[in-house]
Design a protein around this ligand. Structure first.
Ligand code: HEM
Length: 535
């Protein structure tokens, strides 16, 4: 008995020493590389400092100012993360040497479905295939087909604004933007007609709001302390993280739409799910044909039946070509819903806030919109894209000052390589400090001033490449960029044509917070509206 006890104690002590040594080894990574950075704590690296006030971009910015544009830190437990804010080096990592930096490091515990098959988390060749299939969904032609949904949602939005203006002096416009962007993306991504704008208690809206709130739970903290758990209990964690009850609600909806469309091929829609289904259908037809021919007794190769050869050719094509599995299709519709709802609502809210604070810019924009729109109340796709460069400049300047996503432009180094004289080891996480780049006075003179002129076409050449990162950069940038910009343009043009946005009386400053990768207005955006006379 005593021997057993001693044996157990020795075993646990050995494990403890090994655990401590591997932590110390990880925590000294940047010392070995001679890269500066904040001092990490033994248990949580720099996680506490990064996340204590839910303002991780400010912690990164503090380190950026203290240590320069390239430094090492541990914002997620003991995983070494190299922060790179040097434009030349960023060009190498995000564009020139992309094939070696094509994956994003895993954030959080291992994912089950639907997260595991989505573009945001996929890796390697599988990511490339899925991205290739999905990219054509966002061409101008396809976006134009989806723009009617945006115009109609913006129409409902302005009608609701009118009602609010009649009923209240001031109100929070952020919640209304959330409902608007959810209506738009739910319809565009998976043909779901939700009416969260007119029904603030809409179940989908409630689910989506809740989905963003729960990243740093006890499970996450335990994994940061013992990352080994992720590897040991991968299957268990995957099962636990597979589609929570909230996610199930959305997935069930999607499966219904899918099965309805599969049963009735005539029920085609102008939406992303249809475009992805079409891409998948083509390959399913090929596969079905090949399977049928396997049963045909024929010989056209050295001893191989024709059908078998055809099946094997199709399987080879499947591995390299354009198709999505049903899981991938659902996962990506789901990720569009998440990626397209809160980000776009935040961008709209931040721009509205800035316009309320800068009446002279708002008036100039109003005049430009009236001139571009003639007397029509609705903004068409063409109007929004081509005739309003000043609106575009305002949106980009707002995205610079308040990037809706600050902690997601990340890459992982595939094989050890040298970039601008620095040897980056395999597996190193690279973090692009979006907020710091956007507020660096060397790249953006007077960086905290709202000055849309910076983004006017005549000033484009003055912008240093790789310093505007609101949508990331390179082949793995935001796939929904054009969709989001179109939605923002249409909504703002239709709103500003009808209303003058004013700040409420008293102090008017935004408080920001980050539940995970997005940056949100913590207490919403309160505004007063004045209806304009329409000609
Ligand atoms: C203002 C709104 C939006 C902002 C600021 C934004 C920002 C971003 C950023 C910063 C990234 C990471 C890019 C990188 O790593 O280089 C990203 C990725 C992504 N975004 Fe967006 N996004 C917005 C809207 C949308 C919309 C509307 C959709 C879908 C309809 C979308 C879908 C995605 C997807 C799927 C990815 C992952 C792409 C990949 O890994 O291949 N986003 N977004």
């Amino acid at each position: 008995m005593d021997e057993l006890f001693v044996g157990l104690v020795v075993f646990f002590l050995t494990m403890l020493v090994m655990w401590a040594r591997s932590r110390l080894q990880a925590l000294s990574t940047f010392k070995r590389m001679s890269i500066p950075g904040p001092k990490p704590s033994f248990f949580y690296g720099n996680t506490d400092e990064a996340w204590s006030q839910k303002k991780p971009w400010l912690a990164v910015d503090k380190w950026y100012k203290e240590h320069g544009r390239i430094f090492g830190c541990f914002p997620m437990g003991i995983r070494p993360t190299m922060v790179v804010g040097d434009p030349e080096m960023l060009k190498e990592i995000l564009i020139k040497n992309f094939s070696n930096f094509r994956n994003r490091p895993a954030l959080g515990p291992p994912r089950g479905e639907p997260g595991a098959s989505s573009l945001t988390t996929l890796r390697g060749e599988r990511w490339k295939r899925v991205r290739n299939v999905i990219s054509p969904t966002f061409t101008s032609k396809k976006l134009r087909q989806m723009s009617d949904g945006m115009t109609s949602a913006a129409s409902t939005f302005t009608a609701l604004l009118q009602k609010q203006t009649e009923e209240k002096n001031s109100f929070d416009i952020y919640g209304m933007f959330q409902a608007l962007t959810l209506d738009v993306i739910a319809q565009a991504a998976f043909a779901l007609k939700v009416d969260s704008q007119t029904n603030p208690d809409d179940a989908l809206l409630t689910v989506c709001r809740a989905l963003f709130k729960s990243f740093f739970g006890p499970m996450m903290k335990a994994l940061l302390l013992f990352p080994e758990l992720g590897a040991c209990f991968g299957a268990l964690l995957r099962a636990r993280s597979t589609a929570t009850a909230k996610e199930f609600y959305v997935i069930t909806h999607m499966k219904e739409v899918l099965s309805e469309r599969q049963k009735n091929p005539g029920l085609k829609g102008n939406d992303m799910i249809q475009l992805m289904m079409d891409a998948t259908d083509d390959i399913q037809v090929d596969l079905a044909k090949a399977r049928v021919s396997v049963n045909m007794p024929s010989h056209d190769g050295p001893g191989a039946p024709e059908g078998t050869m055809r099946l094997s050719r199709t399987m080879t094509k499947l591995k390299s070509s354009k198709y999505l599995t049903e899981n991938e299709l659902i996962a990506n519709c789901f990720v569009f819903l998440l990626a397209g709802y809160e980000t776009t609502a935040n961008a709209l809210a931040f721009t509205t806030y800035l316009l309320a604070k800068h009446p002279e810019i708002q008036e100039k924009l109003h005049d430009v919109i009236v001139a571009a729109m003639d007397t029509a109340e609705n903004v068409s796709f063409e109007d929004s894209a081509a005739k309003l460069p000043y609106l575009d400049a305002i949106i980009k300047e707002s995205l610079r000052l308040f990037p809706p996503i600050t902690g997601f432009v990340m890459r992982e180094c595939g094989e050890e390589c040298r970039v601008n004289g620095i040897v980056i080891p395999a597996g190193m996480a690279i973090h692009v400090p979006v907020w710091s780049l956007h507020h660096d006075p060397e790249f953006w003179p007077d960086p905290y001033t709202f000055n849309p002129e910076r983004f006017m076409p005549e000033n484009a050449s003055k912008i240093q490449p790789m310093t505007f990162m609101a949508f990331g950069e390179g082949p793995r940038n935001c796939i929904g960029l054009s969709f989001a910009l179109m939605e923002i343009r249409i909504t703002l043009a239709m709103t500003l044509r009808k209303f003058r946005i004013k700040p409420p009386s008293g102090q008017y400053e935004l408080d920001l917070e980050s539940p995970f990768v997005t940056m949100n207005p913590k207490n919403g955006v309160i505004v007063e509206l004045e209806e304009r006379k329409l000609d």
